[in-house]
Design a binder for this molecule. Structure first.
Ligand SMILES: [Zn+2]
Length: 238
């Protein structure tokens, strides 16, 4: 199948969503995290087809704090982050936070990226729509980056992502999705650096990309690590 080829070419390993969340849970258990002593949070796109991963995280970790905005950009900032942290269980003098950062994309039967099927709609639909819109503006050379008060999230997304793209370059949708994942991770990390007290908190950052394929939703795991007693250790999700 064409989509399998495109998946293989662009993502070195993928897991079905349930399998992915179980693997991350098991990996974190080795570092003392579990569904009793930790609070999970998610940063995914608002798109309803992205919510499957949120439902599975909720099922395995309990209700998760929601940082999500269009394309999964981290716009909740220090205030959002502090709120999630204040809601963490306090067990044995420790708080534990688990952050899932997972923007999304799609691959259709023919291996075309950015296209997916939706319930009750005959024509193909796009995912991530917010990123496709930004790409359209790049292609047409009509990028609007002023803050549109009637379109705050999309404006913020464009302003943030344009900083990561070399002037004149137009990335492919998959490249842009990978850039987006990196940007969300960096913005979250910047806020974490300012608000987390690692003497009393351990945390995990699990990033990846959610791919809507014709047969299932998959997760490609990217940078993943734990910070225990202030010491960072990479996690291998495989
Ligand atoms: Zn989206």
């Amino acid at each position: 199948m064409e989509f399998e080829k495109v998946l293989r070419e662009n993502f070195d390993r993928i897991f079905k969503e349930v399998e992915y969340v179980k693997k991350t849970y098991n990996a974190l258990e080795d570092f003392g995290f579990n569904d009793d002593n930790s609070i999970a949070s998610v940063c995914v796109c608002r798109d309803e087809i992205s919510q499957t991963i949120r439902s599975i995280i909720k099922h395995i970790w309990g209700e998760a704090f929601d940082f999500s905005s269009l394309a999964g950009m981290f716009t909740a900032g220090k205030t959002g982050l502090k709120a999630a942290m204040h809601h963490a269980p306090r067990t044995g003098g420790k708080e534990r936070y688990v952050f899932y950062v997972i923007p999304h994309t799609a691959i259709n039967e023919d291996g075309k990226t950015g296209f997916c099927k939706r319930r009750g709609i005959k024509e193909e639909s796009s995912a991530c729509g917010a990123l496709c819109l930004f790409l359209d503006e790049l292609y047409t050379g009509k990028l609007l980056i002023r803050i549109d008060e009637e379109d705050i999230e999309e404006s913020l997304l464009k302003r943030r992502l344009i900083k990561e793209i070399t002037y004149g370059d137009i990335p492919s949708l998959l490249e842009l999705t990978k850039i987006t994942r990196k940007v969300i991770q960096e913005d979250l990390e910047q806020a974490l650096e300012k608000v987390v007290d690692t003497t009393k908190s351990d945390y995990a950052v699990l990033t990846g990309i959610q791919i809507h394929a014709p047969d299932a939703n998959y997760i490609w795991p990217a940078d993943s690590y734990v910070v225990i007693d202030g010491r960072k250790q990479e996690l291998k999700i495989e």
